[in-house]
Design a protein. Structure first.
Length: 182
């Protein structure tokens, strides 16, 4: 294979490493005390860019408990285990309204968004995804809900550029040595 062929092959391999790939779902145990506006939320460590596609799911029969006795089991949609409907109604806080007990997310310092039991959409901001319980307090909550996050995994640009540059430098060195021998 000549120098040009090797160079093209190297560039294609490096470019292939930078193509987004689907990652496996990662489960996160979100505590009911991770209340938006009160707690910092569960930091998933998943860094998203604006517009990245991702999904978050939670089982409809997975409940956390909100409020003082009688305890009310609520799923990630804000629905009660006993009625299957919203137990407390809408809660408006931090400039947004969702059902009490709903699972919500926030990316970086962006707006909160409803996840519920099934979110499939794009990142509304850039930063780390955090997960919250949409409630007005956390002192009388207990339990947790498992949220499964499935996002994209991309070789970060800062990491890819040195790799690309190294490949170019190696190919340039090989070409220089070959020309020098001729």
């Amino acid at each position: 294979m000549n120098y040009t062929g090797k160079f093209i092959k190297t560039v294609l391999i490096i470019a292939g490493l930078m193509i987004p790939t689907t990652a496996n779902a990662i489960p996160f145990n979100v505590l009911s005390t991770e209340v938006a506006g009160i707690a910092s939320g569960l930091n998933t460590g998943i860094n998203l860019n604006f517009g990245d596609s991702f999904t978050v799911t939670a089982a409809t029969d997975d409940f956390w408990v909100l409020g003082p006795p009688p305890n009310r089991e609520i799923n990630a949609d804000g629905n009660s285990s006993s009625t299957g409907n919203p137990e407390f109604g809408l809660l408006t806080q931090l400039g947004q309204s969702f059902f009490f007990g709903a699972l919500v997310g926030q990316i970086g310092g962006g707006d909160f968004f409803l996840i519920g039991t099934n979110f499939n959409g794009t990142a509304n901001a850039a930063g780390v995804l955090s997960l919250f319980n949409w409630d007005s307090n956390n002192f009388d909550n207990s339990g947790s809900i498992v949220a499964n996050v499935n996002g994209i995994s991309v070789v970060p640009l800062p990491a890819a550029l040195p790799l690309y540059g190294t490949g170019l430098a190696i190919m340039g060195f090989i070409g220089w040595r070959r020309r020098r021998k001729l």
